[in-house]
Ligand binder design. Structure first.
Ligand SMILES: [Mg+2]
Length: 180
C-alpha cells in the first residue's frame, strides 16, 4: 500500500529538496560548484520516469552558504543550470529551482520550514494543488515545509536525526519513483 494508495496521477506536483535527495549531501559543509556536485545513484533515471508521472517537478533548497560568503548567488545559479542541463540530457526535467540564500536567523525567512518557496512555486504555476503534491527530503525542515502546505511527505533515510513523522520513508528518490 503506502504511496500506491495516494492516487497519484499526472496532475500531481513533486517538490524535491536538493542536498541528500538529488545530490550527495556534504554534512557540515556546502556544495559550492558543479565539480563538488555528485548525483545520488539512480537520480537521473528516477527524474526521467518522474517527468511522465508528475505535472511539475520543483526543487526547494536552503542554501545559507551564499549569506555566509562561501559561494556567490551567481555561482549557485550556475551550479543549478549545470545540474538542470545534466538532468535534461538524461531525459528528465526540473521545472523550477527555488533557493533560500539568506541567513537562518533572518526574519521573515523564505527558508524551509517556512512554506514561502512553495507559495512562490504556486504563484509561478497556479495549477499546483498542494493536496496533490509530494515533498521529499532528508530533514525535519523538509517535512515541516511539506506538512505546512498539506502535502504528502516522504523522508529519505540518512544519518540525519529526524523527529517529524513523514507519510512514507524511502531509501532514495529512485526508491520513491519506483513506487509511483
Ligand atoms: Mg537535504
Amino acid at each position: 500500500m503506502g504511496i500506491r494508495s495516494w492516487g497519484i496521477d499526472p496532475s500531481w506536483t513533486l517538490f524535491l529538496d536538493r542536498d541528500g535527495v538529488i545530490n550527495r549531501r556534504i554534512f557540515g559543509g556546502y556544495v559550492r560548484n558543479f565539480s563538488e556536485f555528485h548525483f545520488q545513484e539512480g537520480v537521473c533515471d528516477a527524474l526521467k520516469k518522474a517527468k511522465h508521472c508528475f505535472a511539475r517537478i520543483i526543487i526547494v533548497t536552503n542554501q545559507q552558504g551564499v549569506a555566509k560568503g562561501i559561494m556567490t548567488a551567481s555561482e549557485l545559479s550556475e551550479l543549478h543550470e549545470a545540474m538542470q542541463t545534466e538532468i535534461m540530457r538524461a531525459g528528465g526535467k526540473i521545472d523550477a529551482v527555488f533557493a533560500a540564500v539568506e541567513w537562518a536567523e533572518e526574519q521573515p525567512s523564505r527558508r524551509k520550514p517556512s512554506p514561502a518557496m512553495g507559495l512562490e512555486a504556486k504563484a509561478l504555476f497556479p495549477e499546483i494543488n498542494f493536496e496533490k503534491a509530494i515533498m521529499i527530503g532528508d530533514t525535519d525542515n523538509d517535512l515541516a515545509f511539506g506538512q505546512a502546505l498539506s502535502m504528502k511527505t516522504v523522508l529519505i533515510k540518512s544519518e540525519e536525526k529526524v523527529n517529524r513523522i513523514p507519510d512514507e520513508i524511502v531509501s532514495s528518490l529512485y526508491d520513491l519513483i519506483q513506487q509511483v
